[in-house]
Design a protein around this ligand. Structure first.
Ligand SMILES: [Zn+2]
Length: 304
């Protein structure tokens, strides 16, 4: 435990130094690095005005990092507690020094566990929460970490758009208000950048999927499959509406829940959807709004 704390403190110092250095060297000329300085991945994305969404290998749980074309950064879920450090590494590796928004889709430990470490170690501008309270120790620690850092904390409202980048629409399609169970409380986000649509459903269940189909245009090119590929999500009617090219399932091999369930895998296959799994490693999408690439492969043009 003490070892972990020492390492986490080191991360904190690293972040501080990185932020300070970038603050001094970049201040005069926007985000372009000074001569002799190498570009981080983050700088490159900003220069090319690209959007990147990475689903991280965090064991049995969900975590995704979104880098918007204007450089704003969002962390959507933090995986289980031990994933906190994995995320810190990823942020440093990508050259991300602060998070403009942290979204916690719902209060289950495999989504908020790793957020506690991130909130303690990384400058975070605001936290968006599902609005579903929970009585677990992890949830209490998560709320305490936000209070301790005095972060702006807000409950997601259904239907609203998150104003992070004027070129990207991010709409909340579900929240935890008046919901009884954690999974159905999941914040669902649809992220649209020109022709590229991403749908992040947290652990939203079939009933919630039905409600959303009735209210919204659910089409997306990339679907983060609900609830780690459990049969409680991803109905046929929902898949027909979303009609994705790619699906990402976030889980750990050999998990005790048997995720992803065979019926869901079969359904995704029958729809001809290209499947990716975080169990095999991070799954990274990059788009300029007209075409999309996965894990650095040849970009595919987007038609709709
Ligand atoms: Zn989950």
């Amino acid at each position: 435990m003490r070892m972990l704390r020492v390492r986490l403190t080191l991360f904190g110092i690293c972040f501080f130094l990185l932020s300070w250095l970038s603050g001094t060297s970049h201040a005069a000329h926007s985000f372009l690095p000074a001569a002799g300085e190498s570009l981080t991945e983050y700088d490159e994305l900003r220069q090319d005005h690209k959007l990147k969404l990475s689903f991280l290998k965090v064991g049995q749980g969900d975590a995704a990092i979104l880098i918007l074309p204007n450089g704003k950064t969002v962390l959507i879920d933090g995986g289980p507690p031990e994933a906190g450090e994995v995320i810190l590494h990823k942020l440093i590796e990508a050259g991300i020094q602060k998070l403009d928004l942290v979204v916690s889709t719902h209060p289950d430990v495999d989504h908020i566990g790793g957020l506690i470490t991130v909130i303690q170690q990384v400058p975070v501008m605001a936290v968006l929460d599902s609005g579903k309270p929970y009585y677990s120790l992890t949830y209490k620690l998560y709320r305490r970490s936000i209070r301790k850092r005095r972060l702006p904390f807000e409950y997601a409202k259904e239907g609203v758009y998150l104003p992070l980048d004027p070129d990207v629409s991010i709409q909340v399609m579900n929240n935890g208000k008046k919901k009884l169970e954690n999974n159905e409380s999941s914040i669902v986000l649809k992220i649209r950048y020109q022709r590229a649509d991403f749908l992040l459903t947290g652990d939203a269940d079939v009933k919630t999927e039905r409600e959303m189909i009735e209210k919204y245009d659910m089409h997306a090119d990339v679907l983060k499959v609900g609830h780690h590929g459990s049969y409680t999500s991803t109905s046929r009617a929902f898949l027909r509406q979303v009609n994705p090219l790619f699906a990402v399932i976030s889980y750990e091999r050999g998990n005790p829940y048997g995720h992803p369930h065979r019926s869901v895998l079969r359904r995704l296959k029958r729809f001809g959807i290209q499947m990716y799994r975080t169990a095999d490693g991070d799954v990274e999408f990059e788009t300029d709004g007209r075409s999309i690439s996965v894990n650095g492969d040849m970009p595919l043009p987007l038609v709709r």
